[in-house]
Design a protein around this ligand. Structure first.
Ligand code: HEM
Length: 152
């Protein structure tokens, strides 16, 4: 098909728009990828697992699924423990080692709470399960207040 006088300006506009927006969207994407840390990825797995456990807390029929998901939560937490929060780069150098050690310490306590939740799920007492789940959830705010830049 040949380009005539009507098609040409449309084609030119198309090319100009592509040149304007395509590189920008590619640049934005790679920027976002750079910003997400390995710890962020573990945290996303933690978040998904916590949500899946919560969905299966009340109903006894959901218990096998809750037990599968609590293991995923524990595995993601083990991995997360090996990373260093981004914020560590912004604390004064003399405080950095203590900051990183405190992070790992809190992750250990978090892991213990997860193990308590797993044990409660196996024991099957609904009240104890809820209490153990609430204890796990409480770590989100505590951890983020201390180790992330923006409170959520
Ligand atoms: C139920 C518990 C938790 C949930 C659901 C949770 C969830 C999340 C989510 C969704 C993110 C952002 C991920 C992203 O941007 O892609 C995040 C980041 C982060 N969380 Fe958690 N989190 C929990 C517990 C904790 C604990 C206990 C700590 C510390 C001991 C912690 C420390 C952090 C840090 C430091 C980041 C930023 C990542 C970085 O610095 O590279 N979180 N968390």
């Amino acid at each position: 098909m040949k380009l005539n006088a009507t098609h040409a300006p449309i084609a030119v506009c198309g090319i100009v728009l592509a040149l304007l927006f395509l590189p920008r969207s590619v640049a934005q994407e790679s920027h976002q990828e750079e910003e997400q840390t390995e710890l962020d990825l573990c945290m996303e797995r933690i978040e998904d697992a916590v949500k899946a456990v919560r969905r299966n807390l009340k109903d006894e029929a959901g218990r096998p699924e809750a037990l599968r998901k609590v293991l995923e939560l524990e595995l993601a937490t083990v991995e997360a423990r090996g990373f260093v929060p981004q914020l560590a780069g912004k604390v004064p150098e003399v405080e950095r080692a203590a900051f990183v050690s405190d992070f790992r310490r809190m992750m250990i306590d978090f892991q213990r709470a997860e193990l308590d939740l797993e044990a409660a799920l196996l024991d099957g007492d609904a009240g104890a399960i809820q209490a153990a789940f609430d204890a796990v959830r409480a770590f989100e705010d505590r951890g983020h207040e201390r180790f992330t830049e923006d409170e959520d």
